[in-house]
Design a protein around this ligand. Sequence first.
Ligand code: ADP
Length: 457
Amino acid sequence: MKNSNGYFWKMLLFVAAATLPVAIVAFWLQSHDHLNQNYVWLLIGAAALPAVFLYNRIVREIHAVAIRMEKAAQSPELKVEEQFTSRAGLLPVDELLLTMQHYRRVLRHLLEEAQSRQDDAILLFDMLPDPIFVLDKKRRIRQTNAAAKVFFNTETMEGDLTAYIRHPSLLKAVEASFRGEGNSERIEFAIPDAVLRHVAAYVVNLDEEDDIESRLIVTLHDVTASKRLEQMRVDFVANASHELRTPLAILIGALETLMGPARDDLRAHQRFLAMMEAQSTRMSQLIDDLLSLSQIEVNEHSRPSGQVNLTEVIQNVTGLIRTRACDMGKSIRLVVPDGPVHVTADADQLTQVFTNLVDNGLKYSRGNSEIDVVVTLNGKDAIVAVTDKGEGIDASHLPRLTERFYRVDSDRSRQLGGTGLGLAIVKHIVSRHRGQLDITSTVGEGSTFTVRLPLRV
Ligand code: ADP
């Protein structure tokens, strides 16, 4: 208990107030000669002593309560009974403390609820798949979610928004929104990166009337994939039309010639009819490949279920192509393991894969060279490698070889009767079989196309 001057004077005041009625009565009795002067002081003294005791007791009890309250505030996990054990005292402090404790509990519950809601909101904000920024009035980033950090490939994001995005239309929308001109429409722009990324952005002002600080939310939506798909669709239609239009134009030209200037020229008839046959075959091949590709794509998600002996499929394919290889002065060397190699597959589709690969090997290899077809087993996989000794393919073309209509040399491919769809078909069939296609090549030496298929368990 502090024995300061303030305390002393307060105690004096309390004692004076408590003994005042006794003093008044004593002095009244003395003035009417009922009490001796000495007894007056004795009486006042006798009244003052309990007052001093009482004051000290009250102060001590209040002090003890203050200490217990402080302790309770510092250790919220303590139970009320441990902090406020009821002790006999002069003041009814226990009820007061229990009421306080009750409100403290209610308050803690409310705080916990608010905290948990805030945690949920932060978690939700962080889990949103699109990059989001919260900006202050000076366009500084106040908060971002995990998707934003992944998008910009950084651990922390702070400072001005322009450190990350500088596109004028977005910055204009941010300024306009801060000026109170409302939320933005969808803003589309591209972000230059290793690969150009297309983004759709939305700007929303979070200001409420009683907000002291202005805040704004910028949401980015990565639309690169859908843009690319859209571009692929447009390219595909253009490419398919172009591929069909070329033989069709030759056919129409030949027909016009046959019906016009070469009407009576029998030798020209032979030449033009042969040309027409070649172009019709090409168109028919193109349509077959297109239909086949779309059919494979439709079923790509459903894995085939048949049991197929891969060795047998490859032996059949090479058997059928061998005669043509001989005609071209080339040979096929086949290496297969002893015994059957069972895979879960669609035999026709596997035949299509290896026919395309061996056929390409023949088309793009040097004269009198050999095409190697080697089947091996590796753990849970069967591996088929088709290697040719040809011109090879430059590394820059490798990632795009399986795109539809992609050719290293279009004229050459067309001359050789290619449609530019063979490897696209191979890729989709292999993917349907949950396998993998790898292409390695050295310019001037040759290429290896490797198909890895899971063995049937
Ligand atoms: P294509 O009908 O033109 O052969 P593909 O889809 O089978 O179409 O192949 C696409 C392109 O990949 C070919 O045009 C060719 O440029 C290249 N290519 C495919 N296989 C080989 C190979 N074995 N050697 C060199 N280039 C190849």
